[in-house]
Write a protein that binds this ligand. Structure first.
Ligand code: AMP
Length: 144
């Protein structure tokens, strides 16, 4: 088996591993939570990126955050889903990287985050790197 230490894998660029933006489920800042929940349920993901109208990454939103925001004292207040917007509930602090940064940084970020948003030089969203693709590359490399 190969060792990862001093290996070229850490310097690999992330572009080849990325899921491109056209294949990434996302919502926009001003979408109501019922729309976001629909996208999350239909896509089957726990959390997805939030973008603004210029395709810049603003944060991410999860099913848990949505449900938490409509949790009343005695019941889940489903009727509020249409009143609350994505921007009121999302997390703004999310992992992000420039497309030219290396695999080593993605690996470190993936310890605490299931996906990392990738941006171009203008700061526009171009895709995500998932923990699955990072682990798959390491697995491939170690079994060479
Ligand atoms: P995975 O490593 O494939 O389990 O993906 C980790 C996380 O990345 C998922 O739980 C989702 O939050 C996010 N994710 C993966 N693929 C997509 C996609 N095509 N669109 C939106 N989010 C995704």
């Amino acid at each position: 088996m190969q060792t990862l230490k001093n290996s070229q894998i850490m310097d690999n660029e992330i572009k080849e591993l990325m899921i491109p933006e056209e294949k990434v489920a996302h919502v926009q800042l001003n979408n109501p939570l019922d729309h976001a929940l629909l996208v999350l349920i239909k896509s089957g993901y726990t959390a997805i990126p939030v973008l603004d109208k210029d395709y810049k990454v603003c944060g991410q939103i999860s099913k848990a955050q949505i449900l938490d925001s409509i949790l009343g004292i005695e019941r889940i207040e489903m009727e509020r889903l249409h009143e609350i917007k994505v921007k009121d509930v999302m997390s703004e602090k999310i992992p992000r990287m420039n497309k030219d940064e290396t695999f080593g940084k993605a690996l470190t970020l993936s310890i605490n985050h299931p996906f990392v948003c990738i941006e171009d030089d203008m700061g526009s969203f171009i895709g995500i790197l998932t923990r699955r693709s990072i682990l798959a590359l390491i697995n491939r490399y170690l079994r060479k």
